[in-house]
Design a protein around this ligand. Sequence first.
Ligand SMILES: Cc1ncc(COP(=O)(O)O)c(C=O)c1O
Ligand SMILES: [Zn+2]
Length: 364
Amino acid sequence: MKYICTKCKKTEEITSIKAKCYCGGLWKLDFIPPKFDTKLIHKDTWGLFRYREFMPITSNYWEEISLGEGMTPIIQFDEDLMLKMDYFMPTLSFKDRGAAMLIAHCKSIGIQSVVQDSSGNAGNSIAAYCAKAKIECEIFVPEGTSPKKIKMIEAHNAKVNVVKGSRDNCADVCREKVDTEKKYYANHVYNPFFYEGTKTYIYEIYEQLNRIPKNIFVPLGNGTLFIGVIKGLEELLISGLIKDMPNIIAIQSEHCNPFAKAVLNKESIPSKVIPKPTIAEGIAIGVPMRGEEILEYIYKYNVEVIIAPEDKILEARHILAENGVYCEHTTAASYAAYLEYCKIKGKTSDSLISMCGAGLKSDH
Ligand SMILES: Cc1ncc(COP(=O)(O)O)c(C=O)c1O
Ligand SMILES: [Zn+2]
């Protein structure tokens, strides 16, 4: 198993600490799992490492670092809509899927210290798994990040740097440190091990329902869940367990929508946007680093890209909460976008949305 550059195809050992290729391209992992088969699931493991036969696991360190992530329930919210409760996670967001896999990898190659930038949730996740793995951790977050997320990162003994300016600027400042100080960049966007964790989202849906719903709604900022969803579905397709891809509907913020604009203009790179403040902080990504790769998937699988209307997010959060589901604003944005989609397209049965982040994490 090696890293392969997405641009020049150069390969690199997975023990490398290089965050990307010399040419600037990001790494992909040349890992082909066996055909997905429920018989190969380790049913006595109560977490996402039950799918370890299909994950790039090279050691048993996952046992040491696991916090019981994954196996989140799916609930029937109403007649048409199912919610996958991914905030039922150790650090209250779906990012634990990727962080558990990535930090298990870091531990297996002897990494002792990492840095990472995040809108909050990925930082929470990396900090918690580093704490469990006894790896030193430093997280960069943009100003305006929910104070609760910052407190949580600090509680796991990670150092927090609050960076002035946008989420994109925060990533630039962190990457500068990676370059100049040769730090390990445990980043959810750059490091392909992360996606090998988020793809378990689809494995679980398949194992739980014994099928894949017709309409899968996914938030799309940097695309860590989106790419995981595509990977998982492609694996099910290759394994012959599904005949076609379902309808995939990606959700962007009305105030930060480089993919929605690119699709509208049939472009192959994300459009330049000037992000406006949004309460959907988790998807406020103006410069998604895997933009071209994501757009290739969007065109390949006819993914629809829709917008969460900013003025409908609080109302959507309220409806969910009134029905017992207390999620964070970025997650309510997905529901707001779903309601808008139904308004335009009509009743959309057999739909599934991820409840990515917990309500206690965001105050706006
Ligand atoms: C709650 C929540 N939902 C969705 C996302 C979007 O994930 P991504 O940027 O990987 O597309 C994030 C990212 O931080 C998040 O925190
Ligand atoms: Zn390259």
